[in-house]
Design a protein around this ligand. Structure first.
Ligand code: PHB
Length: 550
C-alpha cells in the first residue's frame, strides 16, 4: 500500500489501494476516475474546492476534468458545484448489461419482494466486499437502505460468508490486511462505522481483540465455513441494530461457483434473524431455484450495437474546447461503454473496433483500468468488474423523474424567460386530474405562479391533453386562456423507455407576451429538445431500476 508515495491521487478510500501505476497508465484517466469516485462518495455533489481537497489535485486540474466530464454529460456545473448527472449511469449500465444477471434475475427478485412484502436484493462479490446489483426495496423507516452499487464489508453481511466460502488463501490474507488497516470500516461509506471490539462484534461470538487476532476477526472464517456447509447465511444486526438478512447463493450453471447472492432483508420489529431462517428461507430457496433454472436455460446474449462515433466526437470536442477538454480522459471513459449485453469479454481488437480508438490508446486505457481494479484481464480478454458501479451509480440509482427533470426545466425557463413545469396524471381520478411534480419559474418579476403538488383538471390544461390525447411521437397540445384568462400554454409528452407517455412538459406564457403561433414556432422546438433530454436521462436511469415519477 504505497498510495501516499504515488504521484497520482488514490481514487479509492477503501481497501485494495493499488501500488504504483504501471508506466503505461494514463494519468488523466486516473485523475478523472478519482473525481468521479469522490463525487459518488459525497452523494453526487461537491464544490470545486471540496474536490480539490478530496482528490489532492490542483484546482486547474479539477477544473479541466470537470469541464471534460461536463462535456461528456457525466456532470453538470451548478454554480461552484459539480453535480453527477443520470448520464454517468451509462458506465455502471455497461457493467450490469455485460454481467447479464440483472436482466435475467431482477424480475424474480421483484416477485419475491412482492410475495414476502420484504426487501429483496442481489449482491455480487467485489474482492473482500459485496456490492449490490439490484434492490427491490420494501424497507420501512428505522433502518438504512442500500442502493445499487453500494459496497459493504463482506464480514458484516449475510452474503459475505457465502462468497468467502470460495476464497483462496490469498483472498483471506487480503481481507485480514484490510481489517487490520481499517478497523472501523472507514473505507465503506455506505455502512455506519463500527467500533472495534464493540458490542456488534460480541454478537457474532468472537471479540476482535485488537491486532493479534488477525486469523478470525469476528468469527468470520467460522461463518464462512458454516455458510459453505449449509448453503445459506444470516446477518443478525451486523450492520446496525434491527437490520437482519438471510441469504442464499445463486450458482453459475457453467462453473458451479457463486454468481451472485439473493438476500431477504427485514427488521427485528417484524422478524428476528431466527425467524427469517425458519419462515422465509424456504421461500427464498424456491426463488433461487427458479433463478438458477433461468440461468441454465438462458440463450446466449445477443450483442447490441457498439456505441457509435465516440472517437470522432472526442476529436470534435477537443477542437471546440481546446485546453479545457482532456481528450485522454474522454477517450478512456468511452472504453467502458464498449462493454454491454453480449459484449462482456472483449479483446483489445474488439475494444478498439467498438470505440473507434487506436489500438495503442485502447490498450493504455485498459491497462489503467486494470490497475484501478475496474477491468480484469484473462486469456487475452477484458471484463468489467463490479467496481465500475462506484463511478456514479449509488447516488443516482434512487432518482425520480421529477428530480432528473428539474435541471432541464431550469435551463429551459432561463432560455425562454417563461415558466415551465412537469406534470403527471393522478391515478384513479375521474374526471382525470394532473399534478405538478417539478416547476421552474421564469426569473422575470411578473410570472405565473404554480407550485409542486398543485392539481388541475386534465382536460383544461395543455399538460393534461398532452398526456391524454396524443399518440404520435411528436404531438403537442395547446391551451388558450381556458383555465385563467390571459394565460396560454403549450405542452409535449415525456415518454418512458417503452414509449408510453408518463409525464408532460409545458411552457406557459401571458397572452400579451406570445401569440399561439409564436408558441408553436418559437417555443415548441425548445420544448421538444428539453423533453428529449429528459427522456434520455430517464432511459439511462431506468435501465436497471424503476424510476418513480416523484
Ligand atoms: C440489503 O440488501 O440491504 C442487505 C443485504 C444483506 C445484508 C444486509 C442488507 O446482510
Amino acid at each position: 500500500m504505497t498510495a501516499s508515495l504515488s504521484p497520482f491521487p488514490s481514487p479509492f478510500s477503501s481497501s485494495a489501494v493499488p501500488g504504483e501505476p504501471p508506466a503505461e497508465a494514463v494519468a488523466p484517466l486516473i485523475r478523472g476516475v478519482a473525481v468521479l469516485t469522490a463525487l459518488t462518495e459525497a452523494g453526487g455533489t461537491l464544490s470545486a474546492s471540496a474536490l480539490e481537497r478530496r482528490t489532492g489535485l490542483a484546482r486547474s486540474t479539477v477544473d479541466r476534468i470537470t469541464a471534460t466530464l461536463a462535456r461528456m454529460g457525466y456532470v453538470r456545473q451548478d454554480g461552484r458545484d459539480a453535480v453527477l448527472t443520470p448520464r454517468v449511469m451509462e458506465l455502471g449500465n455497461a457493467y450490469l448489461a455485460a454481467l447479464r444477471l440483472p436482466a435475467l434475475l431482477d424480475a424474480h427478485a421483484d416477485a419475491l419482494a412482492d410475495e414476502l412484502d420484504e426487501s429483496v436484493s442481489l449482491a455480487v462479490a467485489d474482492r473482500d466486499g459485496i456490492r449490490f446489483i439490484h434492490q427491490a426495496t420494501r424497507r420501512r423507516a428505522m433502518s438504512v437502505s442500500f442502493r445499487i452499487g453500494d459496497l459493504l464489508p463482506a464480514e458484516r453481511t449475510a452474503p459475505g460468508p457465502l462468497f468467502a466460502a470460495e476464497w483462496t488463501e490469498t483472498e483471506w490474507a487480503h481481507w485480514r490486511a484490510r481489517r487490520a488497516a481499517d478497523p472501523t470500516d472507514a473505507g465503506f461509506p455506505a455502512v455506519p462505522p463500527r467500533s472495534p471490539g464493540g458490542a456488534d462484534d460480541a454478537d457474532v461470538g468472537v471479540v476482535a481483540d485488537g491486532f493479534d487476532d488477525f486469523d478470525d476477526f469476528d468469527g468470520f472464517e467460522a461463518r464462512a465455513e458454516r455458510a459453505r456447509r449449509e448453503g445459506w447465511a444470516l446477518d443478525d444486526q451486523l450492520i446496525e441494530p434491527g437490520l437482519v438478512a438471510v441469504s442464499v447463493p445463486v450458482r453459475d450453471p457453467g462453473t458451479g461457483r457463486v454468481a451472485c447472492v439473493a438476500n431477504v432483508v427485514s427488521h427485528t420489529s417484524r422478524h428476528t434473524a431466527a425467524d427469517l431462517r425458519d419462515t422465509l428461507l424456504p421461500r427464498l430457496r424456491t426463488a433461487v431455484a427458479a433463478m438458477e433454472r433461468d440461468l441454465r436455460e438462458a440463450r446466449p446474449a445477443e450483442p447490441g450495437p457498439p456505441p457509435a462515433g465516440l472517437a470522432v466526437w472526442t476529436t470534435a470536442s477537443k477542437h471546440e474546447l481546446g485546453r479545457d477538454f482532456v481528450e485522454s480522459l474522454a477517450r478512456g471513459l468511452t472504453v467502458l461503454t464498449a462493454f454491454g449485453e453480449g459484449r462482456s469479454a472483449l479483446t483489445l481488437t474488439d475494444v478498439a473496433k467498438a470505440t473507434g480508438l487506436a489500438r495503442a490508446t485502447a490498450r493504455r486505457a485498459l491497462i489503467t483500468y486494470e490497475y484501478l481494479g475496474l477491468v480484469r484481464a484473462a486469456d487475452r480478454a477484458f471484463t468489467l468488474t463490479p467496481r465500475v458501479l462506484s463511478l456514479g451509480y449509488p447516488p443516482l440509482s434512487r432518482t425520480t423523474l421529477a428530480r432528473l427533470a428539474t435541471p432541464h426545466l431550469r435551463a429551459l425557463a432561463d432560455r425562454l424567460q417563461e415558466p415551465t413545469a412537469l406534470a403527471v396524471l393522478v391515478p384513479g381520478t375521474d374526471p382525470a386530474e394532473i399534478q405538478y411534480v417539478a416547476v421552474a419559474a421564469a426569473s422575470r418579476v411578473l410570472t405565473v405562479d404554480i407550485t409542486v403538488g398543485t392539481r388541475l383538471p386534465a382536460s383544461r390544461t395543455a399538460l393534461g391533453r398532452a398526456l391524454l390525447e396524443l399518440d404520435g411521437p411528436h404531438g403537442h397540445a395547446l391551451a388558450d386562456e381556458e383555465l385563467e384568462s390571459g394565460l396560454r400554454s403549450i405542452a409535449v409528452p415525456v415518454r418512458d423507455r417503452a414509449g408510453r407517455p408518463v409525464a408532460a412538459l409545458n411552457v406557459a406564457a401571458h397572452a400579451a407576451r406570445r401569440s399561439l403561433e409564436e408558441l408553436v414556432t418559437d417555443v415548441l422546438p425548445e420544448l421538444r429538445t428539453t423533453a428529449d433530454r429528459i427522456q434520455d436521462d430517464l432511459r439511462t436511469a431506468s435501465r436497471f431500476s424503476g424510476v418513480p415519477l416523484s
